[in-house]
Design a protein around this ligand. Structure first.
Ligand code: AMP
Length: 190
């Protein structure tokens, strides 16, 4: 199986690239952000709980996020691999993911980080906010908070997989196709 983590700060283009990668490599795309938004839209208990954190640009607690992720994995037993997008975002989530995969005698093949400077991220997120309908993309202070949370709580995930030789960085500025080619090169060198 090909089990990828598409990693990077908010606005780095993970969702856009994940869609293209899914098509090319026939993998299951699991975006925890999308799953939360789906629950929010449908007013589920999970959505209502998650909203308290998402609206402030904070992380949803690990226990809630990991439970949701496990459920999605269990619902799709016959896949060729996964693209995890926006997950894991904490070391506890890394550990839970590794345990979940090892129960299937699987592991993470590679973590690819989209490297984008903060100034470009802020510009992109504000631009996306005009059409995404996402409240967390519209407010500059929520965006700042998301970037800070990324640096403090989420960046250590890069090091977690770097230590086992699985993390690489890809320059995430350029056209969608240029970035996609850089990602594909990394995937084909696994
Ligand atoms: P995203 O669409 O990945 O930018 O996620 C939007 C929001 O959903 C984040 O700011 C968090 O509040 C929440 N979220 C998404 N994925 C996770 C995760 N793996 N752990 C905790 N919170 C998450």
């Amino acid at each position: 199986m090909l089990n990828l983590i598409l990693f990077g700060p908010p606005g780095s283009g993970k969702g856009t690239q994940a869609e293209k990668l899914v098509e090319k490599y026939n993998l299951l795309h699991i975006s925890t952000g999308d799953l939360f938004r789906f629950n929010l839209k449908n007013n589920t208990a999970l959505g209502i709980e998650a909203k308290r954190y998402i609206d402030k640009g904070q992380l949803v607690p690990d226990e809630v996020t990991i439970r949701m992720l496990k459920q999605k994995v269990d619902e799709n037993p016959d896949v060729k691999g996964y693209i995890f997008d926006g997950f894991p975002r904490t070391i506890a989530q890394c550990e839970a993911l590794d345990t979940l995969l090892s129960e299937k005698e699987e592991s993470i093949s590679k973590l690819v980080m989209l490297d984008v400077p903060d100034s470009v991220l802020i510009e992109r997120l504000l631009e996306r906010g005009k059409t995404s309908g996402r409240a967390d993309d519209l407010d500059q202070s929520i965006i700042q908070n998301r970037l800070e949370v990324y640096k403090k709580e989420t960046f250590p995930v890069f090091d977690f997989y770097f230590n086992s030789g699985h993390s690489v960085k890809v320059w995430g500025v350029g056209t969608i196709d240029m970035i996609f080619d850089r990602l594909s090169l990394e995937i084909e060198s696994i």
